[in-house]
Unconditional design. Sequence first.
Length: 167
Amino acid sequence: MSEASNRPVPGAASEVDPAGINYFPAEAIAEAAGLSSKTIHRLAKKENWPLAFGKGLKLLYSPPERYRVGLTGAAEQMPAAARGISNSKRWDGLRASLKFAALCELDRLVQMGVGVEEALATVEAAFTFECSVSSLRRWQAAYASEGFPGLLDRRPGRSGRKEKSDE
């Protein structure tokens, strides 16, 4: 299996338990199993352990039962304030990852030699979430200046399209 296919993708859906009970940092697994954390990372990659991200994009693994002896849940190791992510924050992150995917596709088309205007129109038509050419340009500028955090919506209140009322 290639290294690129095993690497986590930003915004990719992973099978993470909401409470974080079954996911542990490599250091905790290593200490409980009497191995080095590097060995745990290698085993996790080789055996395709389920993967999640902790604070600061720290890798958390759900090890097989043979490595779980003596482990406490990852949720118990985190401070209470860091345990939950509100639904609005999840939606903001999802929207930012969709924006990032659109920008990656736009960049790929331009790299292939497609004209910028044609690439913008193609990306606008290809993605299921509604975006305009002007939005794509705005996202490009935000990503160029601030990176991924620039794609997060900072407007107060509900962001995005509102549901139509039946009036």
